[in-house]
Design a protein around this ligand. Structure first.
Ligand SMILES: Nc1nc2c(ncn2[C@@H]2O[C@H](COP(=O)(O)OP(=O)(O)O)[C@@H](O)[C@H]2O)c(=O)[nH]1
Ligand SMILES: [Mg+2]
Length: 397
């Protein structure tokens, strides 16, 4: 939980001073080498551009003199005991009084003299302003693993999934209007907070501006753990996009499996040769697993829509078009087709005096149809259950 160490004095019950226009929020974990200079340059940037403002340092349980030095340099210090870059910012945002919030690390990588440029973008209508370091990374500022692998891969993946169009999605120098905080509804506690902010802003169609800035070598030790924090970003992207995590891979698997089952099961040759029961088993496996993955994806979408307020146009269209009964019908038809095939095999076995069977292909097709059919049938019910609390007309779906 966060606490405020130093609040602006209001002695003798005077009217509180009018809130500042800009709050510069700086998360800080053991940055005694840098924090004083950061606070002073932030204050100097505000003053030189005649911006009424405050500098808030969120101390994240530093074991060094960071908090003390920040306060002495003129910052309002907030303490947040829950560790993490995101936790620090959430506490800082809650304490910020400005209409505009500027964010930057406490490590001297960002130039606080750029603050007025960020504020200018907010003044001219942007709701979120993100720095873009990519054309101006100073020697030694970013390890090659981050510059050429981590950053481009994660930013590329983020844009593939969420189409934010942001060039440097992990840049730590940003600005936003405090009135969009409720809309953004940020929750993550770690470094993935940076991705969450960009994704949420894009999903809510906020006006995003980008500002080219320089990125300088860090003073003191980095708090970023490349693989752990990289994975946290990736995990965040995946769990917030069921379409890419489940639906697309599931449809591809199930579609490929269904084609293989149809061709091999029907005895058709392809790629210049006939295929046997092993290929059929492979196809059945893909079809079954793919269906399962799609069903999980639909449930994940339903959970997001009904319980987390997610808005996904694709899922909304599906909901409008398909009802529970459609799923039951499809599942039922497939399962019955499988049972009929099984019955044919059984009848033929009986007719041939319970001797040895040679219906492997038909048996595989029958079994996979029954499995897929039953899966669709019950998944449809589960989807419907997830939507039970949904309002009005959708209850019946
Ligand atoms: N990683 C991390 N950074 C924190 C935490 N609390 C505050 N910070 C601050 O968040 C900023 C970002 O961390 P930094 O090491 O610069 O990561 P990088 O900019 O991604 O390389 C710095 O100002 C840190 O002092 C925390 O719990 N974890
Ligand atoms: Mg940094």
């Amino acid at each position: 939980m966060s606490t405020v160490e130093q609040t602006p004095a209001s002695p003798h019950g005077e009217a509180a001073p009018s809130p500042p226009l800009v709050s510069v929020v700086i998360p800080c974990l053991n940055e005694e080498m840098n924090i004083e200079r950061c606070v002073r340059s932030a204050l100097a940037a505000l003053e030189s551009s005649n911006l009424e403002g405050e500098v808030i340092v969120v101390d994240n349980g530093s074991e060094d003199r960071s908090a003390e030095l920040a306060a002495a340099a003129g910052a309002r210090v907030i303490h947040e005991s829950r560790r993490g870059y995101g936790s620090a910012y959430l506490a800082g945002f809650a304490a910020a009084r400005g209409a505009y919030i500027v964010m930057a690390d406490a490590d001297l990588t960002y130039d606080f003299a750029e603050i007025p440029r960020f504020v200018e973008h907010l003044r001219s209508g942007a709701q979120l302003v993100i720095g873009d370091r990519m054309d101006n990374i100073k020697p030694g500022a970013m390890p090659w693993l981050h510059r050429y692998i981590g950053n481009p891969l994660l930013t590329g993946f983020l844009n593939l999934l969420f189409r934010t169009g942001v060039r440097d999605a992990h840049c730590g120098m940003r600005a936003l209007r405090s009135d969009v905080l409720d809309t953004l509804d940020l929750r993550t506690t770690g470094m993935e907070f940076a991705s969450e902010m960009v994704i949420r802003a894009a999903k809510e169609h906020l006006k995003i501006a980008e500002v080219g800035i320089e990125y300088h070598p860090r003073g003191g030790e980095s708090k970023l753990s490349s693989f752990r924090d990289g994975w946290r970003h990736l995990r965040f992207l995946l769990v917030h996009s069921p379409t890419h995590l489940f639906i697309i891979p599931g449809v591809v698997l199930a579609g490929l499996g269904a084609v293989i089952v149809a061709l091999v099961g029907g005895g058709l040759a392809f790629f210049g040769r006939a295929w046997g029961v092993h290929a059929l088993i492979g196809g059945a496996l893909l079809m079954i697993v793919g269906t399962q993955v799609v069903a999980l994806g639909l449930c994940a979408h339903a959970y997001g829509t009904y319980f987390m307020g997610s808005k996904d146009p694709w899922f909304d269209k599906m909901r409008a078009r398909f009802r529970l009964e459609h799923g039951l019908l499809l599942g039922g038809i497939l399962a019955i087709a499988g049972v009929v095939m099984g019955a044919i095999i059984l009848a033929s076995w009986i007719a041939h005096g319970f001797g040895s069977l040679a219906y492997e292909r038909l048996a595989v097709v029958a079994a996979s149809l029954i499995i897929v059919g039953i899966q669709i049938f019950f998944s449809s019910f589960l989807l419907s259950i997830l939507g039970l609390r949904w309002t009005g007309r959708d209850n019946a779906r």
